[in-house]
Design a binder for this molecule. Structure first.
Ligand SMILES: [Zn+2]
Length: 483
């Protein structure tokens, strides 16, 4: 049975879905105002890992949602500061809309390079403003809010039971200290933890992004409301898992819980979401990643230094998602070497069954010891380091069956292309192949699926004529430039 660490209970608990016919999972996605850092990728990676384990190891039908925040976030997690998108726009001489579009594309391309399949729904905050306004209205009607003139509509967190419980067993004491503290600027708030649901546009300036909310005039949503609105729209008032980075444990997620449980009249022990899962930060050279230190690395930096994004994916597998992981270039090099060694071993051992397209891990016999060695650590709160060490052990004496099992795990969960030769094309290099060639290759794949082999051969000839070589792989194909 799958065990997950639940931040709500501060313990590892068995995972039982509300409805085994559909597991609902929401993950807090990126704000598209700059290129995602490798730290952001640790969060996307964790979302992908949870989804893949539920779907491909436990065979649950999963509906996964990751939002795209393309508007209206202030630079601080509180309710002050400049809008990130408008700030990004000023920097790049673009409109806020153009900035969002540009970085959304970078984010989606990055997921592909990282072998992360798109989540089932990837809603944009700007496409859901009326829904956000509707939720704020509900909270006003239910008496949870107050207005700060010239500022915005605020959520009164004292009216919410167990506000802040995510912070840990001592959260009440922590909140008391916070409220008593003199360092917190209240700016008209009744309690330090109260937060904006809706901000009024400043009278003296015109924002690029604002919306009318009668009778309150022009404004924009608070930082947290989009996640409550979009998750309920696509997954219902109650669903199974809400995932995000550990930085959300103190502000964003307590606020998300407070406003959504209040809006939907949910009270303990009937929760909106039963499992709150958080991944820990990525550190760089033992410290924080920050612009001022110049160590906010992106996938492009990784590629420019001769790594594949899948080396980074493998690196993430080497640490448990709930521990801090320290990134150094040496550590990434080690991950790359280990990955290449595995690739060498797996592509040169005895030929194995590559015809697995319609097979899945679920078809493995439960009592197969090799399968167990790989499945058990993943079932134990996604223990990926243990998974890798077991992988190493069972590889000591690989037989046909073992290779088949490893191949399935690599295809469905690890997704580090271990069965591709490290000297040939890997996922990110596919993107360097001209798009017209990729189109021909995809057409050929479809032709083969439809058993139209004459067409497939003709397309292969066209690809070769253009100077590329195509090879079939379990996941589809590999293309290499040959001249
Ligand atoms: Zn969120």
């Amino acid at each position: 049975m799958l065990q997950l660490y639940n931040t709500l209970t501060h313990s590892k608990v068995p995972f039982t879905p509300r409805d085994p016919k559909q597991v609902g999972m929401y993950s807090c996605g990126p704000t598209v105002y700059s290129t995602p850092s490798i730290g952001n990728y640790r969060a996307f990676f964790t979302a992908d890992l949870i989804r893949n384990v539920l779907k491909n190891l436990y065979n649950y039908p999963v509906k996964s949602v990751m939002n795209i925040t393309d508007v209206w976030h202030l630079t601080s997690d509180g309710d002050t500061g400049e809008d990130k998108l408008e700030k990004g726009a000023k920097k790049d001489w673009l409109t806020a809309r153009e900035v969002a579009k540009k970085y959304e594309k970078e984010f989606l391309d990055g997921l592909q390079q990282f072998n992360i399949e798109r989540f089932d729904v990837m809603p944009r905050a700007t496409d859901h403003i009326p829904q956000q306004i509707a939720m704020v209205k509900t909270l006003i009607d239910k008496g949870y809010t107050y207005i700060i003139e010239g500022d915005g509509i605020y959520m009164d967190t004292s009216k919410v039971e167990e506000y802040g419980e995510l912070m840990g067993p001592n959260y009440k004491k922590r909140l008391e200290n916070l409220n008593a503290g003199e360092r917190v600027k209240m700016n008209g708030k009744k309690h330090a933890t109260d937060f904006a649901l809706w901000k009024f546009s400043p009278k003296e300036e015109t924002r690029q992004m604002e919306r009318e909310f009668p009778p309150y005039g022009m404004g924009f949503p608070g930082r947290h409301i989009e996640c409550s609105t979009m998750s309920s729209q696509y997954l219902g008032k109650q669903f199974d898992i809400h995932h995000g980075g550990a930085d959300h444990i103190t502000i964003h997620h307590p606020n998300e819980i407070a406003q959504s449980e209040a809006a939907f009249d949910l009270h303990h022990p009937d929760r909106r979401v039963n499992y709150r899962v958080h991944n820990e930060f990525l550190q760089i050279d033992g410290g924080k990643m920050s612009k001022s230190l110049g160590n906010v690395y992106t996938l492009t930096d990784i590629i420019e230094r001769g790594f594949s994004p899948l080396d980074l994916r493998f690196f993430f597998f080497m640490a448990h998602y709930r521990s801090f992981q320290n990134f150094t270039w040496d550590a990434l090099k080690q991950a790359q070497t280990t990955r290449h060694n595995l690739q060498k071993k797996l592509t040169t051992t005895t030929p194995h069954d590559t015809n697995l397209d319609n097979e899945t891990i679920k078809q493995e016999k439960i009592n197969n010891p090799q399968r167990k060695a790989l499945a058990e650590p993943l079932s134990d709160d996604l223990n990926t380091p243990k998974f890798l060490s077991n992988l190493n052990s069972i590889l000591a004496k690989p037989d046909e069956k073992t290779l088949t099992i490893i191949q399935r795990f690599d295809k469905n969960i690890l997704k580090c292309d271990l069965f591709q030769n490290s000297n040939t094309t890997n996922a990110w290099e596919k993107t360097a192949i001209p798009s017209e060639i990729l189109t021909l290759a995809n057409d050929r794949l479809n032709a083969k699926k439809e058993k139209n082999f004459a067409l497939a051969d003709q397309l292969r000839a066209q690809i070769q004529e253009a100077g590329f070589e195509i090879k079939d792989t379990p996941g589809g194909f590999e293309i290499k430039k040959v001249r």
